[in-house]
Write a protein that binds this ligand. Structure first.
Ligand SMILES: Cc1cc2nc3c(=O)[nH]c(=O)nc-3n(C[C@H](O)[C@H](O)[C@H](O)COP(=O)(O)O)c2cc1C
Length: 245
């Protein structure tokens, strides 16, 4: 049976055009959700180089309207039509979380440990991915559908001037979200055979709960009235204690 955590993880899906301009929670809860994700998502060297901006309602709509204008300036024909249709799906939501990398933060860690400068770029991407997952899944837990988008080319300039974004913040992803349209049924995700993606090494069928053995030794001493020891008896008891208590 899946755990509560596993059920929440399994419920998160990509809701691209199945969202409404409504929320299931107060804006203050959305703010707390984003702050929680920032505070509790691990980052390489605890560098905390990710940033997030929560944008809701009219400001969210203006953001995606600006994306449409940007798209019209650089795309045409069927490709543009497709982009505009996709943007309409996200715009029809309640809000968007913009996720940034702070390049100053990254440079700081690269300067501190030069041999790791190159790998830190990758590690910042991993850190951001974890944050993105926590945000997306937390929204899902609140009954809000979202998707993960990478339309920085279309929205970054508008967001920078409209929300006063620092120069060092680099937009890396967007999560448009909203209440899920009633009756939405997404097709099941098709997963490749698990055997091609998983190996186990050194596992056994032994119940991990019985791994902890405790051995208790008890000595019983019988004494005479004058205090002298008449006999001693030592017993040893072995108990299998549940490991996960
Ligand atoms: C790193 C990453 C990048 C993604 N980029 C996009 C994207 O640009 N646009 C989009 O609509 N979905 C994007 N997705 C969503 C995936 O397509 C989606 O999660 C996957 O098909 C599984 O479907 P599910 O989210 O419904 O479980 C991305 C997901 C990940 C993890």
């Amino acid at each position: 049976m899946p755990s509560v955590f596993q059920s929440i993880v399994a419920t998160r899906r990509s809701h691209r055009d199945t969202i409404l301009p409504e929320s299931t929670v107060f804006d203050s809860e959305l703010e707390d959700l984003v702050k929680f994700a920032l505070d509790n998502s691990p980052s390489y060297f605890n560098s905390q180089g990710s940033r997030a901006i929560l944008v809701v309602k009219e400001d969210h709509q203006k953001l995606w309207d600006a994306a449409k204008e940007s798209a019209k300036a650089v795309q045409s024909g069927e490709y543009l039509e497709g982009t505009l249709a996709k943007i309409d799906g996200w715009r029809n939501g309640y809000g968007t979380i913009l996720i940034y990398d702070d390049e100053e933060n990254l440079k700081g860690f690269q300067a501190k440990i030069p041999p790791l400068a190159e790998i830190f770029v990758e590690h910042q991407a991993h850190s951001s991915g974890i944050l993105q997952f926590v945000l997306w899944t937390s929204l899902s837990e609140k009954g809000l559908g979202g998707s993960l988008q990478h339309q920085q080319a279309l929205v970054q300039d508008y967001a920078k001037q409209a929300f006063g974004v620092a120069d060092s913040w680099k937009l890396v992803a967007q999560i448009p979200f909203g209440k899920i349209k009633e009756g939405t049924v997404l097709p099941d995700r098709v997963n490749a055979p698990i055997e091609t993606r998983f190996k186990a090494v050194g596992t056994s069928k032994e119940d991990p709960k019985t791994f902890l053995k405790t051995i208790t030794t008890t000595t019983k001493t019988v004494k005479a009235a004058d205090g002298s020891v008449v006999s001693t008896e030592t017993t040893t008891k072995t108990e299998l204690k549940p490991k996960l208590v």
